[in-house]
Ligand binder design. Structure first.
Ligand SMILES: *Cc1c(COP(=O)(O)O)cnc(C)c1O
Length: 357
């Protein structure tokens, strides 16, 4: 039986990527130092990080105005670090409260300066409509969570922020489709959703936003110092960078981000179409706000949740449980989840509906 995982993260990895990860770990059957054993100040590691950066730049067409940093901490640490790096004591930053992850970002940033919530979601199944946002020009940045991974919501259109720099937590959807990086002041993302394993956080920052860090910022998390030191103020997560490099190579070989976007769109469309035509499964998210990355659905009777998970697991379909805050079913369709996984899930859903619908 083929087993498919739809977990929320760390993501599954494509078999070819696992092979190239292993090749780096065991280069010639054990003789020479592997990527795990390289000194981080040496040329061999520098080459791996430079290759990862150049692949990322090429996939996302990152302009020269932006630096790429390879850091630790995870997006949850960068909720505070973004504010520590960008928000001065007399500054105010705008945040869009779009859901669970946005609220965590707001709570962490609020320790470091004035945070104004300038757009708020009115219900769990909707994003705050962009027409209602109040973006005043004195904000030093506007923070959005482009994909709310727990509730399965995604902004399909980037906001117009005028001269206010746009800052985005893109942990859920970075590299899932082409992106106009020039529109952003700063992007940050944990790697374990679309870019490999946990331990690495990618920060893409426009150079004119550097040089403002709060003096209390620890050096390994000071974007300015890390930018000057090529992300090597201290030991970077070298193994996670190697794995991200393998993943980025795979994304290029797949045809880049427009090919990924086509495939990701197809995966999500087919799953939402199955939900729509059934009359049994229900999507709790408004049609315009549905995420392509995390597809959620509910049953008429929540008691069926447990039955569904048990039968799905027996059919080789793993990790479909929704985020504990929202319940129901959630299929996470990160880049590495193959279309065959979605095919298998749809076959199973049709069968489950015939049995229980
Ligand atoms: C997963 C996720 C996070 C948390 O990432 P960690 O690496 O666990 O800190 C933050 N924001 C979003 C949108 C996510 O999907």
């Amino acid at each position: 039986m083929t087993v498919y995982s739809f977990g929320s993260g760390p993501t599954v990895l494509p078999p070819e990527v696992k092979e190239s990860i292993c090749a780096g770990i065991n280069p010639d059957g054990g003789g020479t130092p592997s990527v795990l054993e390289m000194t981080f100040t040496g040329a061999a590691y520098a080459d791996i990080q430079a290759e990862a950066e150049s692949r990322l730049r090429s996939l996302l067409s990152i302009p020269e105005t932006h630096r790429v940093l390879f850091l630790q901490g995870g997006a949850s640490a960068h909720f505070a670090l973004v504010a520590m790096n960008l928000l001065g004591p007399r500054d105010a930053a705008g945040y869009i409260d779009s859901g669970l992850w946005a609220r965590r970002a707001i709570a962490e940033a609020a320790h470091w300066g004035e945070i104004r919530v300038v757009g708020r979601t009115c219900s769990q199944g909707r994003l705050p409509p962009q027409e209602s946002w109040r973006i005043s020009p004195d904000l030093v940045y506007l923070h959005v969570t482009t994909n709310e991974t727990a509730e399965g919501k995604q902004f399909r259109r980037l906001p117009e922020t005028g001269a206010v720099p746009l800052v985005a937590d893109m942990s859920g959807d970075l590299l899932s489709e082409p992106l106009d990086v020039g529109r952003f002041g700063l992007i940050y993302a944990s790697a374990q959703k679309n870019l490999g394993v946990a331990g690495l956080t990618i920060v893409i920052v426009r150079t004119d936003l550097l040089g403002r860090a709060n003096p209390l910022t620890p050096a390994p998390f000071d974007y300015t110092k890390q930018s000057a030191a090529n992300s090597r103020v201290n030991t970077p997560p070298t193994a996670a960078v190697h794995i991200a490099n393998c993943m980025l190579g795979w994304l290029l070989a797949q045809g880049g981000l427009s090919a990924m976007a086509t495939r990701n769109q197809r995966k999500a469309d087919r799953l939402y179409a199955t939900i729509e035509r059934s009359g049994f499964y229900r999507s709790p998210v408004a049609a315009d706000d549905r995420s392509r990355v995390n597809v959620r659905f509910h049953f008429p009777d929540p008691l069926l949740d447990a039955v569904f998970f048990e039968q799905a697991e027996a059919a080789g379909l793993l990790h479909l449980k929704g985020h504990p805050n929202v319940g129901g079913v959630r299929a996470n369709l990160y880049n590495a989840v193959p279309e065959a996984a979605v095919d298998a899930l749809i076959v199973f859903m049709d069968r489950f509906e015939r049995q229980w619908g």
